[in-house]
Write a protein that binds this ligand. Structure first.
Ligand SMILES: Cc1cc2nc3c(=O)[nH]c(=O)nc-3n(C[C@H](O)[C@H](O)[C@H](O)COP(=O)(O)OP(=O)(O)OC[C@H]3O[C@@H](n4cnc5c(N)ncnc54)[C@H](O)[C@@H]3O)c2cc1C
Length: 326
């Protein structure tokens, strides 16, 4: 097989001096190359607004759905050899993808890697499994500990990468161990004692991928577990603007208290930039009224940061991750 061309790295363009025809040729080769690599689905110029909960974002040049760990390893090794940038996508519920989209390969584990199994009081879930499904499975099996996470719309991989949390509990509190793939495709397992979780983050070397998590739970009465799930779910419905697309809480809670409280006190509830609006139900949510662009969301985020700093002297730190070409 012919050696495919190297994908241009970040910064855009196909390199100075190349004419349009060769650029188009390179693009075609690179696309065919991605399709040849795996049996799982491969999409080109996939609009990221379809793959993010806030529904903004330009196209991913190439979106790959490896069907298992073997295919993922192929993708990672190939991308490494060719120096193709890789971004791992969960369910896109904590992401703002810029309007110019993402260069390189976006890899989703949500179609092939989502099995869950039980091992005594430990549940093991692959990274692409929705967190919601994991909680439901724990209820069925009469295992307590995951109830607060019901309603967080991401995957197990995204949840661990973000150290997702709700109602005073974080995934770090129930994690037993995590299986990871290094940038060269090697697979390693890390027990909880060797993982460093911080507020909304799991500290990992760049390019490492979470393959699965094992969660240490406790046997309990199914009805009681279900009751707790329901009450957390009710609280969520009462406090969050779930009828509009969003990326959840935009800012981390600063030491001084809840980010939403400071944004509210700055008078920003309902403030709009185009079709992006600070929710009037929960001030730490930015909602998409229908046709918002990533630029509108980002401008609104900057405005909130500036106003809260000017009025309250508080620097808000972003919880959402912003990716894509600037
Ligand atoms: C309505 C709503 C409510 C929410 N409520 C909460 C809440 O209560 N608590 C909370 O913490 N969050 C909440 N969120 C935010 C979000 O759901 C969580 O952060 C979630 O864990 C993100 O998971 P994801 O699969 O969508 O990850 P993505 O948004 O796709 O990705 C987030 C980050 O994780 C990385 N990542 C994803 N998968 C992997 C992997 N396998 N290996 C390595 N890195 C990976 C990505 O590269 C990215 O950097 C909410 C969001 C919404 C829209």
């Amino acid at each position: 097989m012919r050696n495919p061309p190297t994908l241009p790295l970040k910064g855009g363009g196909w390199g100075r001096g190349r004419n349009l025809r060769s650029a188009i040729g390179m693009m075609r080769d690179y696309k065919e190359e991605a399709r040849d690599l795996i049996e799982g689905r491969v999409l080109f110029d996939a609009p990221m607004k379809r793959y993010t909960s806030i529904k903004v974002g330009g196209p991913a040049e190439c979106l790959l759905f490896p069907k298992d760990v073997k295919e993922l390893r192929k993708v990672i090794r190939h991308a490494g050899r060719k120096r193709i940038p890789v971004f791992i996508l969960g369910k896109g519920t904590n992401l703002i993808v810029r309007d110019r989209g993402i260069h390189g390969w976006v890899v989703s584990l949500t179609q092939g890697m989502k099995k869950v199994k039980m091992d005594g009081e430990v549940l093991e879930a692959e990274a692409g499994c929705p967190l919601q499904q994991l909680v439901q499975f724990s209820v069925q099996k009469g295992l307590a500990g995951l109830e607060p996470f019901f309603g967080i719309p991401g995957t197990v991989g995204g949840g661990l990468a973000m150290n997702a949390g709700a109602w005073g509990t974080e995934l770090k509190d129930v994690i037993h161990s995590v299986t990871l793939m290094k940038e060269d495709g090697e697979i390693v397992k890390r027990p909880q004692s060797r993982l460093r979780f911080t507020y909304r983050n799991l500290v990992l070397p760049p390019s490492w991928i979470i393959l699965k998590g094992r969660f240490r739970l406790k046997e309990g009465r199914r009805e009681e577990i279900l009751e707790r799930v329901k009450s957390f779910s009710e609280m969520r419905k009462r406090t969050q603007p779930l009828d509009y697309p969003s990326a959840g809480s935009v800012f981390k809670n600063p030491e001084e208290g809840q980010a939403g409280k400071w944004i509210d006190e700055t008078g920003l509830k309902g403030f709009r930039m185009g079709q992006a609006m600070v929710s009037d139900r929960h001030a730490n949510f930015i909602i998409n009224l229908g046709k918002a662009t990533a630029e509108e969301v980002l401008r609104l985020m900057e405005w909130v940061e500036r106003r809260v700093y000017e009025e309250k002297g508080i620097s808000l730190e972003r919880e959402v991750r912003v990716v894509g070409e600037a």
